[in-house]
Design a protein. Structure first.
Length: 190
């Protein structure tokens, strides 16, 4: 290290007001710098004390130059922050456009999904495929609701016969006619 600490002594000027008297020395060429640093610096490292005294001496000796260097440093930081802010604003604008585009397509996608949920049970019935139990449609929940109320769909005779599986109605039709074994046609509400 170019400078070394020769003395560091804490001094109480007034009750509760402590300063540390520090003396640093440079050997080639010989130079001494003495400062009263505010607070207790007696427990600080020699390197911290030397750096603080050199900074204070530089600001005192070359005040205008030190201020100019500090101003340049702050301006450089501000330019960096301005660039980051500009990039962040561009990202926010791009995100808003993306969210806007997605939100305009969401109703269309939801309509397609709803349509599929309505069509899949009808197609499954036509091809004779049994859907898993967790695939519950509005039709299934409505028919479960009718059975829970104590009402079941029966024909006018009351024998409970509605026709065969092949004659099942597609989802989306509100009424369908079924032929019973006697040739009579009955309207069944879904």
């Amino acid at each position: 290290m170019l400078y070394e600490v020769k003395e560091k002594t804490a001094i109480e000027l007034k009750p509760g007001e402590i300063q540390t008297r520090c003396l640093i020395q440079r050997l080639e060429p010989l130079k001494y710098l003495a400062w009263n640093l505010p607070g207790d610096w007696s427990n600080r490292t020699d390197e911290e004390i030397v750096n603080e005294i050199l900074e204070l001496d530089y600001r005192l000796s070359y005040g205008n130059r030190a201020e100019e260097e500090e101003r340049k440093r702050v301006n450089t930081l501000l330019k960096g922050y301005e660039q980051q802010l500009k990039e962040a604003n561009e990202l926010v604008d791009e995100t808003r456009k993306t969210v806007g585009g997605v939100s305009t397509h969401m109703p269309l996608l939801q309509a397609d999904v709803d349509l599929l949920y309505d069509v899949i049970p009808g197609i499954a019935k036509l091809v004779g495929y049994q859907l898993p139990e967790e695939f519950e449609t509005e039709e299934d929940s409505e028919s479960a609701g009718h059975e829970q109320d104590g009402h079941t769909d029966t024909d006018e005779k009351g024998d409970g016969h509605h026709g065969t599986t092949e004659e099942a109605n597609l989802v989306g039709d509100s009424e369908t006619s079924h032929a019973s074994e006697g040739g009579e046609t009955h309207a069944v509400q879904n």
